[in-house]
Write a protein that binds this ligand. Structure first.
Ligand SMILES: [Zn+2]
Length: 282
């Protein structure tokens, strides 16, 4: 590692965003191949590998002395492939010296890395593909809804879920993303405001009756549905439903608009919320 290289995933991402300028979507493939030539063991190839056990992998090329990034082309959405490439390249920049055997990363199984390294690779991909300043410029003072979320997902070439989670990170509103399967909550992520308000939906919780997620057939506009206090929480909430490719899966963006916003400077006070390593995928 050169003496001046960044030392955190977020700093790495910010450095590269500055070098490549504001061009979206970020071309992970091009940047990884170009930038890593400055190292003695560059990424030499980025290629498909239809191995069902992983979404992406970073593997050493022992004879040639470099690395290959592999991705599973069977991942259905292009946005997920872009994210996967960012994730694996994050492993290369941040972790290849600690794990010389490389990484295999999938939705449920990971070989090579620790949970913390997976979290860091996700954080790198998120900040590389969706710089916070640019994200905030896109949203401005507009009300978050499905159209705006789709705009962001298209701009950054990421999934709607990844775009929604980035919004949680960027907003001073009280909001959460709840992912459920077969009617039960799998995981939840919250904005700083929601964490402060103590709003939380535990894994295994049944989807509440009357929620959009529990009643997938109900028609809702891009703005979602206003729900009374007591459906999701003791406060009124607007639920925007993001139905995933996978039909058993529901993804709800919950926005507690009456709760107000965090005061200026809130970002400096934040202790990072627990980060589920699978949460930026999907
Ligand atoms: Zn990984």
């Amino acid at each position: 590692m050169a003496r001046t290289d960044p030392t955190t995933p977020r700093a790495w991402a910010n450095t590269l965003v500055r070098m490549w300028g504001p061009r979206f979507p970020v071309d992970v493939r091009q940047i990884a191949l170009e930038y890593s030539t400055r190292f003695a063991d560059p990424v030499l190839t980025i290629t498909e590998a239809p191995v069902p056990s992983f979404e992406g992998a970073l593997a050493p090329l022992r004879k040639r002395g470099g690395w290959v990034i592999l991705y599973n082309p069977d991942i259905r959405s292009a946005g997920r492939i872009n994210y996967t490439l960012g994730h694996e390249w994050g492993h290369y920049l941040c972790h290849r010296h600690q794990v010389p055997g490389g990484f295999e990363c999938g939705e449920s199984d990971v070989l090579g890395g620790s949970r913390e390294q997976e979290r860091e690779a996700d954080q790198f991909a998120s900040y590389l593909l969706m710089p916070l300043d640019d994200y905030r410029d896109q949203v401005g003072n507009e009300r978050m809804n499905l159209d705006l979320l789709k705009h962001c997902a298209d701009r950054y070439d990421v999934s709607l879920t990844a775009a929604a989670l980035k919004w949680l990170e960027s907003t001073s509103l009280c909001a959460a993303v709840v992912v459920a399967t077969n009617g039960f909550v799998l995981w939840c992520r919250r904005s700083a405001g929601a964490a402060q308000a103590g709003i939380f939906f535990a894994r295994g919780m049944e989807l509440p009756q009357g929620s959009l997620a529990a009643d997938g057939n109900r028609r809702a506009s891009a703005d979602g549905l206003d729900l009374a206090p007591g459906v999701w929480w003791s406060r009124p909430v607007r639920e925007v439903a993001i139905f995933a490719d996978n039909y058993e899966m529901t993804i709800s963006l919950l926005i507690f608009e009456d709760h107000g916003v965090l005061p200026d400077g809130w970002e400096d006070e934040i202790v990072e919320d627990t980060f589920d390593r699978f949460s930026m995928r999907g």
